[in-house]
Design a protein around this ligand. Structure first.
Ligand code: TXA
Ligand code: MG
Length: 347
């Protein structure tokens, strides 16, 4: 059975974290909050422990895991080399929502990297995550703490819903403030390349690198072998179908409005994902605003929770407004597009 451990982020009970650290140190599994999403951790250097992660999540074994550390120096034994670009990225953005891809060292087990010769490493910016990794005294492999196929968990209740009875402990803290998984940046190539957009945006990376590329597989669904294997799974697919409407605001609102009427006339139960700016233009359907278009951070932090909330309803189809793909909007639209199976209508 799974122990649930409540922690107040502003007054962390060190003893409780030590207890969870020792579970990890002895080869157990502990879910814990990070600033991006909740992670499901195990000792990264213990193959048997890592196997428990894949089993608990029902995760395909060809999808590699991120190793979490609590001190920049802890990368040294895990990587073959530390390129200059990595030093710059770590100095600017660690701890934080940025995962870096390195050439791996021999001690990293194949089960972590799914057989690749590279390894993904992240130093999270979260007091509970940081203390827990320190107390575990080992690097911690941690994918998002959802069942495979569900949106990543941004609240303790999401983790409990997915993993109760499947892991040794769940640490419940506050809701995750970034709300989308970390940016994955490949530094094993000449030009730093974003494999997954996230909280550290392309614009932020361009402040420290002359050039930053984006993996073409993010935009072109015909590429079946993206460099980040996770990008090929329909990860965030909710129960209802999602269709995204993209274009000038008033046209989007009109088209969604017409479509809702048509669907309801055909007996469908319809959801709408809109923004504070457009909320009042809709009157029928289950309407949820992700927040203000002027506040992308809030939209990012609320998106997965809203997708999960729709899963608890009987909505058959969700019509969603697109968000502008700049800064955090790139990560938001990446996740929303994936959830929709890339059904995007330009209006
Ligand atoms: O924010 C996050 O990154 C969260 C928290 C818990 O830290 N973790 C997370 O892990 O999102 P996961 O396993 O759900 O996603 C890891 C992503 C996958 O898309 C995987 O394919 C990619 O990182 N990845 C892992 N190792 C890789 C490698 N060596 N090369 C390329 N991509 C890799
Ligand atoms: Mg995940």
């Amino acid at each position: 059975d799974t122990k649930i451990i409540d922690i107040d982020c502003n007054n962390i009970d060190e003893e409780k974290i030590s207890f969870c650290g020792s579970i990890l140190n002895r080869g157990g599994t502990v879910a814990f909050p990070t600033e991006t999403v909740y992670g499901l951790g195990a000792n990264a250097l213990d193959e048997k422990a890592v196997k428990k992660i894949y089993e608990a999540k029902g995760r395909p074994s060809d999808n590699p895991l991120i190793i979490h550390i609590s001190n920049i120096k802890d990368i040294e034994p895990l990587v073959w080399e530390i390129p200059e670009a990595a030093n710059r990225a770590m100095k600017s953005f660690w701890p934080g929502p940025l995962t870096l891809i390195f050439k791996k060292s021999k001690i990293v087990p194949d089960i972590i990297t799914a057989g690749l010769d590279t390894v993904a490493i992240r130093y999270p910016r979260h007091p509970i995550a940081e203390m827990l990794i320190k107390k575990a005294k080992v690097p911690i492999a941690a994918p998002s703490a959802n069942l495979s196929g569900k949106p990543s968990p941004t609240k303790g209740s999401h983790v409990i819903q997915d993993l109760m009875g499947r892991v040794d402990a769940i640490v419940v803290g506050e809701d995750c403030n970034v709300g989308l998984e970390s940016t994955v940046l490949d530094l094993t190539v000449d030009i730093p390349t974003i494999l997954r957009p996230g909280g550290i945006t392309k614009e932020m990376l361009e402040e420290i690198f002359d050039r930053v590329e984006v993996d073409p597989a993010l935009k072109d669904q015909s590429i079946l072998t993206p460099k980040s294997p996770g990008m090929k799974y329909t990860h965030y697919a909710p129960k209802a179908d999602i269709v995204i409407y993209e274009g000038e605001e008033s046209r989007v609102v009109n088209r969604i409005g017409e479509k809702v009427d048509e669907l309801i006339a055909n007996g469908k139960s319809v959801g709408i994902i809109c923004t504070n700016e457009t909320r009042n233009f809709y009157s029928v359907g289950l309407i949820k605003s992700v927040g203000s278009r002027k506040d992308m951070k809030t939209i990012a932090s609320r998106l997965f929770g809203i997708l999960r909330d729709f899963d608890d309803t009987d909505v058959d189809i969700i019509l969603a407004e697109a968000i502008e793909e700049v800064e955090l909007g790139q990560a938001i639209m990446n996740r929303l597009s994936k959830a929709s199976g890339y059904r995007i209508k330009k209006v």
